[in-house]
Design a protein around this ligand. Structure first.
Ligand SMILES: *[C@@H]1O[C@H](CO)[C@@H](O)[C@H](O)[C@H]1NC(C)=O
Ligand SMILES: *[C@@H]1O[C@H](CO)[C@@H](O)[C@H](O)[C@H]1NC(C)=O
Length: 186
């Protein structure tokens, strides 16, 4: 009788074991790891907002299981997606803009975002090849700054949020790149 009940309980135990193990494996570092890395990033560069960093990385499930190099690729990918979407947005805005000044401003931004997208594409590829070039991130930051500056003489920036988001993501990538190269040299 006792043996029989053990047999019937065994699959149940396995199930419990599996359900305890699985989230552990899929969540190797957990949110505390992302928090820790983002806190380090804010210390490296105080312009980085902790909330923004944690929220952005959390949107990608692999962030929970990867190391610095993986987080760098994830962040670069996020920046690329961001810049691509903004580039599309600028094209749409440009097609409905009436004022010459607005069109000029949007063209400046479109140029900046077009080169940002190609720099970020190269950076994503460089992640895989472990030949990441931090200078390319600088180009992207400059582009976002140029776009923001284009609106100085008007009624305010039409792309303030987009420029801020891109700058945050790229600044986080710069911090992670720095951490990654520091590790690989030791
Ligand atoms: C850019 O990234 C930020 C943070 O991850 C997000 O909140 C925002 O919606 C993204 N914007 C675009 C246009 O993809
Ligand atoms: C600023 O806004 C006003 C009112 O909407 C408009 O008439 C003017 O042309 C705008 N100026 C610029 C530089 O965009």
């Amino acid at each position: 009788m006792a043996a029989k009940s053990l047999v019937s309980v065994l699959p149940l135990l396995c199930l419990v074991f599996v359900s305890i193990q699985t989230p552990h494996v899929a969540n190797a570092h957990g949110i505390s790891y992302i928090n820790k890395i983002c806190q380090r990033a804010t210390r490296f560069n105080p312009a980085i907002k902790l909330d923004f960093c944690v929220t952005s990385l959390q949107t990608v499930p692999e962030s929970y299981t990867t190391e610095i190099a993986g987080l760098l690729k994830i962040t670069t990918d996020l920046a690329l997606q961001n810049a691509s979407r903004t580039s599309g947005l600028i094209k749409k805005m440009n097609s409905v803009a009436c004022e010459d000044l607005t069109k000029d401003q949007l063209n400046t931004c479109l140029n900046a975002y077009t080169s940002a997208v190609s720099s970020l594409q190269e950076s994503v590829q460089a992640c895989a090849a472990k030949k990441y070039d931090g200078a390319k991130l600088g180009v992207v930051l400059d582009g976002a700054a140029q776009c923001e500056k284009a609106f100085e003489n008007g009624n305010g920036s039409l792309l303030a949020d987009e420029n801020r988001n891109l700058r945050q993501l790229v600044t986080i990538a710069q911090a992670l790149h720095r951490f990654a190269t520091k590790y690989s040299k030791h």
